[in-house]
Design a protein around this ligand. Sequence first.
Ligand SMILES: [Zn+2]
Length: 584
Amino acid sequence: MHLRSFLSTALALTLLFVSTGSRATLYAQRRTVSLLLFNGKVFTSDARGTVAEAVAIDGERIVAVGTNAEIRAAYAGARMIDLKGRLVTPGFNDAHIHFLGGGRSLLLVNLMGARTLAEAKERVATRVREVKPGAWILGRGWDHTLWGGQWPTRADLDAVAPRNPVFLQRVDGHVSWANTAALKLAGVTRETKAPQGGEILRDAGGEPTGILKETAGGLVGRVVPGMTREEKLEAINRALAEARRYGITSVQDSISGYDTLALYRELLTQGKLTVRVSEWLDFSQPVAELKRQREEFGALKVDPLRIRITALKGYVDGTLGSRTSAMLAPFSDDPHNSGIPRMSPEQLTSMIVERAQAGFQITLHAIGDKANRMALDGYETVKRDFPKSYWKSSFPYQGLTVLQIASPRHRIEHAQVVAPSDFARFRDLGVIASMQPSHAISDKRWAEDRLGEYRVQGAYAWHTMKAFGVHTPFGTDWPVEPINPYLGLYAAVTRQSTEGDPAGGWWPQQRVTIVDAIRDYTSEGAYASFEEHNKGQIAPGMLADLCVHTRDLLTIKPEEILQTEAALTIFDGRVVYERDVQNK
Ligand SMILES: [Zn+2]
C-alpha cells in the first residue's frame, strides 16, 4: 500500500471509529457489492482527467469511484481484486470495426504482411494443398505496395492454384485479386463492363488481368459461396475472443449484415456476447427496407445497451493505397487519376437527405478530400433545408424517445485527407470524424507520394480536428489493421512505425497526447453512438466495462505502449478475461 493511501485509510478509519465507536458498527455500515477493485490507478476518462484508486461495482454498473480509503470504508466486495498499482481505464470502444469480417479473416488465407509476391503466392499454395480441387480459396490482407507497387495478376495465382477459384482482398478491402478460374465462374470476360464506381484492369490485349477495383470486385464476390450460419458463428466467436484479449468492450460494427444481428442476439441469450454492439446498416439499401429492419429489430426489445442499430454506413470513395480515393486534384504520383467516387455529389446528397429525414444517423466512408467535401456538402444540405431533422432529432428508438440530442451526430469514417477549409465545417455541422490512427503509420510509406507536401498536411490530421473542436472517436478498421488498440494508441502519440520511423514522428504536429488518445478510444466512442450517459467513463452509474493494463500508459515511454497488454477485461461487471501476469 502506498504511504499516502495508507495514511488516508488510517485517517478515515480513525474518523469512523471516533464517530461510531466500534469496528462492528463500521462493517455493518458497509454495503456489499459484487466486485471491488482497489490499489489501482483509475483513469476515469472524464473531462477533468480525474485519477482515482478504487472502484466499487455492483452487478453491471459502477456504484462508486474514489480513494482506497473512501471505497473500502463504504463497500465490501463479494470479490475483491488488488490491482497492485496497475492502470485501469474504461474498456476500449472500437469505433470502426468489421467484426464479422475480422473474425472471418482469422479463418481465411492471411496475406497480411506478405513482404513479396512470392510469399503471398506461397501462402495461397499452402491452402491449395489443404483443400479439394474446385473449392474456393478466399483470403485477404495482400499489399502490393510492399512489393514495388505493381498490381499482381491472375497468372500469378494460376501458377499456384490452377484448379481452384481464388479470390483475395487487398489489405484495405477495396481491391480484389482473382485467378482465371474465379473470373471464369463469375463470367468476367473481355466483354464485361465495369459497374459504376468500379474498374476492371485489363492487359494490352483487353483481357481482364484479375485485378478488380472497388465495386468491380462484386462481379466475382457475388458468385463466392456465402458463409454458413456455423461459419459466421465461429467467426464471431473468434472475434469476441480477440476483443476480450485486448480489453475491447464495445464495438461499432460496420455492416456485418442485418442477418448477423440474429447471431449476436443468440450469443447474448447464451451470455457469450462480451462486447456491446452498435451495428451499422448498409446505407445503399432502399429507405423502406432500412425502416423495416429498424422496426423489426426494435420490436424484439433487445437491450439497446447490448445490441443497437445506430448508423447507416455508406461509401463515398475508395482508398489512398489503391488510388481509388476521390480527390479534388489528381494524385501527385498519378497525374491523370483523381480516384473513383462511388456516386455523383447529387446522388449522394439526395440519399443523405432521404435517410436523414427518416431519422437515421449517417456515417460515410470518405478518404479523399473530394469525398470528404461531398459528404460535408450532403450534411450541410440536410442542415440548411431540413433544420428540424438536423437539430431537433428526437426520434423513437426501441420503444424509448431519445431526447435532448442537439445534433444527429452524422459521421465521416476515416476523414483521411481533408482540405484546409473543410475542417471548420466538421465542427459547424456537428460532424464526427471517426479516425483510425494505425492507418497513418501503415500508409505513411506512400501517402506523401500520393498527396504531395501540401495536401499531406491535412492528412490523418487528428490534432487539427481536435483543435477545431471536432469529436474524433478512434477505432482500428480491423481487419484492415490489427484489432490491437495499443497499436492505435502508439500510432496516435508517436506517428512512427512500430520500428520507430521516422525519428520524432511523421508530420508530428498531428500527434495527440496519450490522455486524448485514451479518451478517443473510450468516451469519444460512446458519444459517437449516443451512449455517453452509460459508458466511456469510470463514474457512478456507468456500465462496468473496464480494462486493467499491464503497464501504466500514462507514464511509460511511447515505445512501451506496444508492449502493453490487457491484464484484465471486465465487461458488464464480470471478469471476462484475465491474463496470466506476474505480480510486479
Ligand atoms: Zn472500414
